[in-house]
Design a protein around this ligand. Structure first.
Ligand code: WT7
Length: 632
């Protein structure tokens, strides 16, 4: 471990009290009171919140809860709705009609401002275009796009029609994309000729062409052509702009059951195959609506900048659905935080008077590395609220984030997951803050730190994080794999097991310590050791591999791979490079190991399972813990 990392583990005892003006402005002024009410009367609590939104038909019951292997949780039972009605029509009926919904900033500084009215018309056009080519309720559509407004339009159009969108992060390789299209059996893929990354064009269409070669379910590929001269289209392809031009701007939202699927999003787990997490219209709508509103104290006059990519859950919930449900204005920016220079995001904040900034610890650490002079050059005085998500934030980064934005802003360290759909553990603007802590549960949420058998642990003792009861935006199931879904609730006492290790201090504040399973967080990206290992062993010279996450001062964790070569192959720089290329091909650049070590032996249990824990302990120079099942 580098000195920097050791420093970053320092404990900071300072507590930050919320200022009076923050509390005065906040939707929630008394956390304890609201929390108590939410736990004592959960159905009344969630029912009241759902009542702030519009439903085609009201629910008969707020929550029906059986153990998942019996039928699971159903929220807003019997209700009819469409999330896009609440994201768009509800606002277009009011003065918000001409309010900016999306302010898009291209990597080259170009700008597009889209009002709610315009967004609705475009979403309708896109829904008509999809309907025209045969997309119907329940069909899956894969969206493989860069961060451009069409990504949001396509997502909403699917939802409006009742189709299920599966957004795949545009950094994934052709093979990874193909696996996801294949599993979802998507009828249509929506892509663009290119996405810009540090001034360079990433040829997304070529990647899609390669991916759909072996995907018989795909009938059409819709292509947004951004470049001149325009790329050539194949017989399967449809030009987005031409088809949109022809389509009608009217489309009645499909009447969806509250429990009908809205989208699926693939995420990594402990096995090699990514899981298709399914979210539904009703509960997800209520959960993302209220968390966006209360956590960020979102008001009509606010501009919110969430730097995530809609390829991940943060983008789904806090760029697209949560803010639009609240009628907010969002900044949507293509490109990296430090291109063309490290002032890129600070410049956007100044230029548009951004009020809420929501980003990741890795991005904060990256900007911190470039020094204070970058944020100092810009007027950041419109900022009112900060947020972070995706991995534990070290107190140094937390303190720096606060300092360079004026030493006055609350930081919402929000803990949640793809599966939870919404923020579950977080401060609210009215609560006191402890650097490095995600504070307390959102109202209605009952987390606990327990041991393997589900017994609650005393303050400050690390253990498994579980959630005792269902919440509205929880995943409905895992696509085509209900057993895998049930496992989340079957492992410990019928509680939801998150897979994280955490402790709670004497004030009930949660401190996250990392994953308990074989999931790694590299720059906040979620990767499974098994999927990286299977990418590595797909190389012709590799016999076996084991991967671990290694602490890293910038990225939180990086991947270290141990590799056993097949007989007849010798370790070499050439093979090292080849293996990295193989991982890039199978998964994408985010999964490339930072370190590869050739070895002749891997620690295994008697039943032959690799003990990554032992490898990790050895790597970090600490005790490996219980190794009694280790093979002799
Ligand atoms: C995992 C979920 C939730 C949106 C982005 C990630 C880690 C997330 C925090 C936080 C410590 C965090 C957990 C979690 N994580 N937020 N504030 N503090 N760790 O979603 O890709 O599904 O990853 O990210 O380990 O289980 P995801």
């Amino acid at each position: 471990m580098s000195d920097e990392h050791v420093e970053s583990m320092l404990k900071v005892d300072e507590v930050f009290q919320p200022s009076k003006d923050v509390i005065e402005r906040a939707w929630i002024k008394d956390y304890e009171k609201v929390y108590k009410h939410s736990i004592e009367n959960p159905e009344t609590f969630w029912g009241e919140i759902a009542g702030e939104l519009e439903w085609f038909e009201k629910w008969k019951k707020v929550l029906k809860w059986e153990q998942p292997w019996m039928g699971g949780a159903s929220w807003f039972v019997g209700a009819k709705c469409n999330i896009t009605y609440n994201c768009l029509d509800r606002h277009v009926k009011t003065w918000r009609r001409n309010k900016a919904a999306i302010i898009w900033v291209g990597e080259d500084g170009s700008e597009r401002i889209i009002t709610y009215d315009e967004l609705l018309r475009n979403v309708n056009r896109c829904a008509n275009m999809l309907f025209e080519i045969g997309v119907r309720k329940g069909d899956r559509v894969t969206i493989y796009l860069p961060r451009i407004p069409e990504q949001i339009i396509a997502m909403l159009a699917c939802a409006r029609l009742g189709a299920v969108h599966s957004v795949v992060y545009s950094g994934f390789s052709a093979t990874a994309l193909q696996n996801r299209i294949h599993d979802a059996e998507s009828k249509v893929v929506i892509t663009a000729d290119c996405g810009y990354q540090r001034g360079k064009c990433v040829p997304l269409k070529n990647i899609v062409d390669e991916a759909v070669k072996d995907c018989p379910s795909v009938e059409k590929v819709i292509v947004i052509r951004r470049q001149e001269p325009k790329i050539k289209l194949e017989p399967k392809d449809i030009d987005w702009h031409e088809a949109m031009e022809k389509a009608s701007q009217k489309f009645e939202p499909a009447v969806m059951d509250s429990e009908d699927p809205l989208f699926m999003l693939y995420t990594s787990g402990t096995t090699g195959k990514p899981k298709g997490v399914i979210h539904v219209h009703g509960g997800y709508m209520v959960g993302t609506y209220i968390t966006t509103k209360w956590v960020f104290d979102l008001k009509d006059e606010d501009i919110m900048f969430c730097t995530a990519d809609p390829g991940w859950i943060t983008g789904h919930s806090y760029i697209v659905y949560g803010p639009l449900l609240n009628g907010a204005t969002i900044i949507f920016a293509e490109g990296a935080p430090d291109f063309p220079d490290p002032g890129r995001w600070w410049g956007i904040i100044e230029r548009y008077g951004v009020n809420i900034l929501y980003t990741t610890p890795t991005a904060i650490r990256l900007l911190m590395k470039y020094g204070d002079e970058w944020p100092e050059r810009y007027d950041l005085s419109n900022l009112r609220m900060l947020g972070t998500v995706g991995e534990p934030i070290n107190p140094e980064a937390w303190l720096w984030y606060r300092k360079v934005t004026g030493s006055r802003l609350p930081i919402m360290d929000t803990w949640w997951q793809t599966e939870t759909g919404m923020i579950l553990i977080t401060p609210l603007p009215c609560t006191k803050l402890k650097p490095g802590s995600a504070a307390r549960p959102f109202p209605g949420i009952e987390p606990m730190i327990v041991d393997r058998n589900g017994n609650p642990l005393p303050a400050n003792e690390g253990g498994f994080l579980v959630i005792k009861k269902p919440w509205p935006a929880m995943m409905k199931t895992i696509y085509k794999d209900p057993e895998r879904y049930a496992k989340y609730w079957q492992t410990i006492n019928g509680f939801y097991i998150a897979g994280d290790v955490a402790r709670q201090d004497e004030d009930g504040y949660f401190f996250f310590m990392g994953r308990a399973d074989d999931v790694i967080k590299v720059s906040g990206y979620r990767l499974g050791t098994a999927e990286i290992e299977s990418a590595i062993v797909s190389h012709y010279a590799v016999a076996e591999s084991a991967c671990i996450g290694k602490p890293d001062a910038l990225k939180g964790e990086v991947i270290k791979a141990f590799v056993i070569l097949k007989q007849g192959y010798k370790p070499s720089d050439f093979l090292l490079d080849e293996i990295k290329k193989q991982v890039r091909k199978e998964l994408g650049p985010i999964a490339i190991p930072a370190e590869i070590e050739f070895t002749e032996w891997l620690p295994k249990t008697r039943s032959g399972k690799i003990m990554r824990r032992v490898l990790k302990a050895k790597e970090l120079g600490v005790e490996p813990g219980d190794v009694s099942t280790l093979e002799e």
